[in-house]
Design a protein around this ligand. Structure first.
Ligand SMILES: O=C(O)CCC(=O)C(=O)O
Ligand SMILES: [Fe+2]
Length: 239
């Protein structure tokens, strides 16, 4: 069995109706223990090896927060490549249903390779999966990972460090901006190896008089002690 099959099998064990219900209710869903601790450690350690990456961003230089991240270069290393292509078909139905509910015409093809072709034809050719590294005092301002016209409306992040042991603080947070209402904050309780799937930008909410759109942003509260690493999996590529 090749690695991509292994990841498809692994994701086949995910409770799809529960994932979908959580995404519809809150705009995010947890996938607990997606990575084993040894995989988390290996990926976090890979941050130091420049050869895996196409660029490095020091967040304070751009007003993005404090801390840094690196975008992987193609070909993506394992398990990032397999996870990205195996997760996409599990989220595509929700993405298409959300777009229909929001009155958007875009629909996503069955396989990630097909969607990437669309991105690449539009000049979005640079890989977007990334590793983030935070030390004491670091944080990530609320943001959206939009990198061009082509956007897949869901993304995933995997926490590679263990809260309480490797770091304190550094909570993954989301805000949901509702039309003519105050924003709703959400804190996502993650442990090492847990993944969160969440809305990149907008999602539909079913109200009593039809559906309306809310806008999500995500970020990370200040890390108090220790080191925190995350893997980010974004399905569209960047210009
Ligand atoms: O470090 C985090 O948990 C946030 C990661 C993030 O912004 C992303 O994956 O897009
Ligand atoms: Fe992000």
């Amino acid at each position: 069995m090749n690695r991509a099959d292994t990841w498809s099998d692994r994701l086949a064990g995910v409770d799809a109706p529960a994932l979908e219900a959580a995404l519809d209710e809150d705009g995010f869903a947890l996938m607990p223990r997606l990575f084993e601790p040894d995989v988390c450690r290996a990926l976090a350690a890979a941050y130091a090896d420049e050869r895996h990456f196409r660029s490095r961003v020091v967040m304070a230089r751009h007003g993005f927060g404090r801390g840094e991240y690196r975008y992987f270069a193609y070909p993506l290393p394992e398990p990032v490549a397999s996870l990205r292509s195996a997760l996409y078909p599990r989220l595509r139905g929700i993405a298409n249903r959300w777009n229909a509910a929001m009155g958007l015409e875009v629909r996503y093809p069955p396989q990630h390779a097909g969607f990437l072709e669309q991105c690449h034809r539009a000049g979005q050719t640079r890989p977007t999966p990334l590793l983030l590294q935070y030390g004491p005092g670091d944080y990530n301002c609320l943001h959206q990972d939009l990198y061009g016209e082509h956007v897949f409306p869901l993304q995933a992040a995997v926490l590679l460090s263990e809260p309480g042991r490797d770091f304190d603080g550094g909570e993954f947070v989301l805000t949901e901006q509702r039309p003519r209402m105050q924003s709703r904050p959400m804190v996502v309780p993650l442990r090492q190896g847990d993944a969160v799937v969440f809305a990149v930008n907008q999602r539909p909410v079913q109200g009593t008089r039809g559906s309306y759109r809310v806008t999500l942003r995500h970020g990370v509260s200040r890390v108090r002690h220790g080191q925190r690493h995350t893997l980010g999996v974004i399905f569209h590529d960047a210009t």
